[in-house]
Every structure is written in C-alpha cells, then in structure tokens.
Ligand binder design. Sequence first.
Ligand SMILES: Nc1ncnc2c1ncn2[C@@H]1O[C@H](COP(=O)(O)OP(=O)(O)OP(=O)(O)O)[C@@H](O)[C@H]1O
Ligand SMILES: [Mg+2]
Length: 243
Amino acid sequence: MVALQAAPFDSAAEGKGAPGELAAVAKHAKLITVSAAKGGATKTATVRNIAVIAAHAGLRVAVIDLDLQRTLTKWHQRRPKAAPAIECRPMPLRGGAKAIRAVVQSGRFDLVVVDTPPGLEDHAADIRALAKFSDLVLVPSQPQTADIESNVEWARVLRRDGVHYAFLLARTFRNRTAFASSKQSLLQAGPLCPVDVREAASVDRSHQQGLGNFEIRGDVVGQDFLGVWSYAARELALVGEED
Ligand SMILES: Nc1ncnc2c1ncn2[C@@H]1O[C@H](COP(=O)(O)OP(=O)(O)OP(=O)(O)O)[C@@H](O)[C@H]1O
Ligand SMILES: [Mg+2]
C-alpha cells in the first residue's frame, strides 16, 4: 500500500508524481457507487473526497453525477485548475446504467465514483441495477437511529442482490454515546468501514472551494477520508497485502 501522506493542495503538493504502485492497469475501471436510504447522508461529500484522494494517488478518476440538483457538478466546476484532474459526467439516472458502463469500459479511467440522488424509493430499480454492476457500494449513514434503521433496510436489499457493499458512519462525534451504539448497530447488520468521518465545518468549506478535505492543510476530516479510501482501495483489490 502506498503511504499517502496528507497532501494539502498547496505548492508543496502540486506537481508531485503519482505513487506508481497505485496506478491501476486494468482495462475496466473499478466502480464505486455511493448510495444511502436518507437524503443528506453525505453521499456527495463522500464521492468527491474519495475521488480527490484517488486522483492524488495517481489514478485516472471520473465522477458521475446522477442527482438532478447537480451538487457534485457544481463542486467540480469550482475545482482549481491546478488540482489533480477529475472528470465529471452529469447524467440522468434513468437509463444511466448503459452510459456508466461505457465510461467504466472506456479504458480511460482507473476509478469511477457515482453519486446518486436522494429519494431512493423513487429510483430503487435503477439504483439496484447500478449497485449490481458496481464493484463496491458505500452506504454512508449519520449516527441517528432513523438513518441507521433506513440504511440497514437498504443494505438488506443490497445483500439479497449479491452486492458488495459497506456502511460508512459519517458526521460523527466520537465522544458521544450515539457513536458507539450506531457503530454497534451497523456492525451487527453488515460490513462497516472501520474509519468514520467526523463532523466538521470544513466539509462545507471544501464544497465551496472545489476541494477535497484531504487538500486542506491540517484538516482532520481529510485524514478520515484517507482512511475511507484505504479501506475502499483494499476492498476493490486496488492494493495488495504488504509483506
Ligand atoms: N462530515 C461532515 N461534517 C459536517 N458536515 C458535513 C459532513 N459531511 C457532509 N456534510 C454536510 O452535510 C450536508 C449534506 O451532505 P451531502 O450533500 O454530501 O449529502 P448527500 O447525501 O449528498 O445529500 P443529498 O441526499 O441531498 O444529495 C452538506 O451541507 C455537507 O456539506
Ligand atoms: Mg448529494
């Protein structure tokens, strides 16, 4: 595994070569879909932060925005020109599977990360089709009981469909009892990313600035997302075991 140090987006990080070990050679990109039962689950924040770290790791990355509110696309439009390149493709969810497949199979990318719209109930069939085609579905969840309950139900559907998925706890306060109990509930229900993403105002700031939190010097949430990326990369077999 390449030891990715915090690489804030500043002159020190600019122009640094991509860690070669991570530069995947697969013809088909790996596909991560981020999907959750509740709106505001931090799907878009997860997509852009994973994409940024993967781009810093030297992967050719595309993000796909299936949400008509185009939050991810707006973030992408604000991305500084000199930041590691990420391609952004807004597209409709309905019938999107074919277009997504074409991006994955284009040979142009190592990683494709898909952001899905809120209102899972309205698009369940399309998102289930996409999930089945994905290499990993990340299910972000806030620690509140209602979020956990809904996401556990969603995971049940994914599991029945044979989807490779994992929960991700987000907007956490690690010193609160709700943190431990939500972790426990998710662990009982299915695989859980071992690194949670803490609550931090810098997540909104990074959205405004077109950045990933990893690109903001000293941002602890950037380190949380780095942990999430390390887990996802291993789940996707983008990295091997170390001796
Ligand atoms: N770790 C965090 N700490 C604090 N705020 C966060 C965190 N993650 C996300 N947010 C904020 O929470 C709000 C919802 O996040 P985000 O837009 O990523 O969720 P979403 O699941 O994509 O929402 P939607 O269902 O509307 O698409 C945003 O204002 C975002 O900046
Ligand atoms: Mg969103």
